[in-house]
Write a protein that binds this ligand. Structure first.
Ligand SMILES: NC(=O)c1ccc[n+]([C@@H]2O[C@H](COP(=O)([O-])OP(=O)(O)OC[C@H]3O[C@@H](n4cnc5c(N)ncnc54)[C@H](OP(=O)(O)O)[C@@H]3O)[C@@H](O)[C@H]2O)c1
Length: 288
C-alpha cells in the first residue's frame, strides 16, 4: 500500500509518520516538499505518486491569524482539500482528512453529533467547514475526522505552553468556561492507522476525540499537577479563573467544544481513551 501524507511536519503529521510506517510505503510531505497553496503542485504530486491512500494532516491552524488572512486560510483549509479529494476520486484512492470542533458555534447544551448544524464563529472554522463540504461534494471515497484540542510532544499546543509558563511565571489566568476534550496526537494517529488497515469502508464525517471532557482551567490544573510530580516543572503557578468574555481574542471560540464520538465507535469499534490517560502518557514520555 502506498500512502501520501501531507503536513508531515505538524504535530499530528509527525505522529502519523510513526503510525503509518508499518502499513506500507509512506511518502511524507512536509510544507517544504509540498505547498498546499500551490494547486498545480498538489495535483502533480498525487499524479506522480499515485497513492492508494492520501492523508491530509496539513492545515492553516493559526486560528487568530486566520481572521486577517481569510484568503490564505481558505486556500489551505478548503481549496486544497477540494483538490486532494478530486485527485483521490480520479485515482480511485481513499482520502483521510481532519477537521475541527470549531465548525460549531458551541451553543448546544450537550456534546455535538455529526449531523448537528454547523455555524462556525471564526474564519478558521468557516474555512475548515468549507473543506469538509468540498470533500463531501467531490464524490471521493473519503473520511473526515473532526477532533479537538490537539496536543502532543511535537509542535505548539496548549499543554506545552502551560509547561513553559509554569517555569516562567508565578501566576497565570486560564479560561474556565470553554469545555472540550484534549486529544493526544498519538491516539489520533493510531486510530487513523487502524481506520486504514481494519476499516476500508468507513467514510463520511466522524467525530474522534479523547473520551471525557474538561475546561481549559481544569486541563491546566491537571497538566501542572502531573508535570510537577514528574519533575517537568519546578513549581505550580497560581491559577486564576477567567471567563472567555474577559479574555478577548481576534477569533471567537465555541464555549462547548464537546464532540459525541459514539458514531465512529458504533461503526468501527474505534474510541479513544479518557483525556487524562493520554495526557499522563504524553507527559511521562516527555519526561523519559
Ligand atoms: N491543533 C488543534 O488543536 C486542532 C484541533 C482540532 C482540529 N485540528 C485539525 O487537526 C489537523 C492537524 O492539526 P495539527 O494540530 O497537527 O496542526 P499543526 O501542528 O499546525 O500542523 C499543520 C501542518 O500543516 C502545515 N502547513 C500549513 N500550511 C501549509 C501549506 N500551505 N502547505 C503544506 N503544509 C502546510 C504546517 O507546516 P508549517 O508549520 O511549516 O507551516 C504544519 O506542519 C488539522 O486539520 C487541524 O485543523 C487541530
Amino acid at each position: 500500500m502506498k500512502i501520501l501524507l501531507t503536513g508531515s511536519g505538524g504535530q499530528l503529521g509527525q505522529e502519523l509518520q510513526r503510525s503509518l510506517a508499518p502499513l506500507g510505503e509512506l511518502v511524507a510531505c512536509n510544507h517544504a516538499r509540498l505547498d498546499l497553496a500551490d494547486a498545480d503542485a498538489v495535483r502533480a504530486m498525487v499524479r506522480i505518486e499515485k497513492p492508494d491512500i492520501i492523508i491530509n494532516a496539513a492545515a492553516w491552524t493559526a486560528v487568530d491569524q486566520a481572521e486577517t488572512h481569510e484568503t490564505e486560510a481558505t486556500k489551505i483549509n478548503a481549496e486544497a482539500p477540494r483538490i486532494l479529494a478530486e485527485e483521490t476520486a480520479l485515482l480511485g484512492a481513499r482520502l483521510i482528512h481532519f477537521s475541527t470542533d470549531y465548525v460549531f458555534d458551541g451553543s448546544k447544551p450537550a456534546p455535538y453529533v455529526e449531523s448537528d448544524e454547523c455555524a462556525p464563529l471564526s474564519v478558521y472554522g468557516r474555512s475548515k467547514r468549507a473543506g469538509e463540504l468540498n470533500i463531501l461534494s467531490s464524490g471521493a471515497d473519503a473520511i473526515t475526522l473532526r477532533t479537538s484540542w490537539v496536543y502532543g510532544a511535537h509542535g505548539a499546543n496548549f499543554m506545552k505552553t502551560m509547561l513553559r509558563l509554569a517555569n516562567e511565571r508565578d501566576e497565570i489566568s486560564v479560561v474556565d468556561d470553554q469545555f472540550g476534550a484534549p486529544t493526544w496526537t498519538r491516539h489520533l494517529a493510531d486510530a487513523t492507522a487502524s481506520l486504514i488497515s481494519d476499516h476500508p469502508n468507513a467514510s463520511g464525517i466522524y467525530h474522534l476525540t479523547a473520551a471525557g471532557e474538561t475546561s481549559w482551567y481544569e486541563y491546566a490544573e491537571t497538566i501542572f499537577a502531573e508535570a510537577l510530580r514528574l519533575g517537568l516543572i519546578r513549581k505550580i503557578p497560581l491559577q486564576r479563573r477567567v471567563a472567555s468574555t474577559n479574555w478577548p481574542t481576534p477569533a471567537k471560540r465555541p464555549n462547548n467544544s464537546r464532540l459525541d464520538c459514539a458514531a465512529l465507535r458504533r461503526d468501527t469499534g474505534i474510541a479513544l481513551p479518557d483525556w487524562r490517560s493520554g495526557l499522563f502518557a504524553c507527559l511521562a514520555e516527555m519526561q523519559s
